[in-house]
Design a protein around this ligand. Sequence first.
Ligand code: GLY
Length: 370
Amino acid sequence: MISRRDLFISGAALAAAGGQARAAGSKNIIISSANGLRATARAMEMLKKGDDTLDAVIAGVNINEEDPEDNSVGYGGLPNEEGVVELDASVMHGPTRRCGSVASIRGCKTPSKIAKLVMEQTDHIMLVGEGAGRFARECGFPSENLLTEKSRLAWMVWKQSLRDKNGHSNWGPGLDAPPAKTTASNELKKIFPHADEETLAWALEVALHPPTGTINCLALNAKGEMSGVTTTSGLSWKIPGRVGDSPIIGAGLYVDQEVGGAGSTGRGEENIRVAGAHTIVENMRHGMSPKEACLDALKRVARNFDNDRERLSKIDLNFYALRRDGEYAGAALWNRAQSPAADGSRRKPRFAVNDGGESRLENSVWLLER
Ligand code: GLY
């Protein structure tokens, strides 16, 4: 049995080893990935009303999950290779130290809500695939088609981009068709006559550079309570059943309100290999600032590739960290993303912040430049 004295000694040992107990911040702060301007604003409204930090961040990301124009999260997310949208999400509640997650769930626009129900209504932490979907139905969430016309179009364009070694595609014009004399985008225009130029250009782009998108949102309230959520449609065109980092507690999300919280967006496989969110929180526990903690986790990703810039250039990965005293940071592997943002741009990496006023974007730091 652990006595009170043992607990005291281990606390003292932690302090001697560099563990730092920081005073909790005294104001509400929400941070999020760059697609979270609306999410952070809604979450802040809720914190101001005294709502729970987890309810606030979930309500925030529900905006993205329900938005058909956010193609990396929830409804309208880009599908798997069979054209089916599969979603991943996790939640972590600092005050109770509880967590829940769902992976590869189909037919439900708001997997973050289901992750919270797994946390609250079951003795489990993670439900996946068919079981997660059945659980959602049992909790009263109807099965819905999550594939929007825009995402279906992008999926079709991706299928048409696939070639065998002779350059042939079953989804292109037949071998008996006259040779194409037009550009790829004009060919697409013939197949999707109702799609505008912008949508076709975007579809070509995401077919060539499958995005991982995602939204992570972390909250700290004036009482020092913290929670977080990460939700995503994952890597587009993935093999059915592929699970990224977002629903993995310790990779896509980790919160210990004695220290802080962290989350990620981008290439989940590389984050899982460094248990990114947990690594960042532990780095902060041992005295690193949020910025240093995130950059250290990114260095571990680079080390896994022997710092080979060529191979690393294929990866986009972003971390977000919020410490218990209110200090925060966003950090990216590269100064410019390989995959375009939802608006098609490849701006310098940024993240969303709301500390009580208007939500704003702040610059992330980065590890590598291209
Ligand atoms: N970070 C989202 C994913 O890789 O699925």
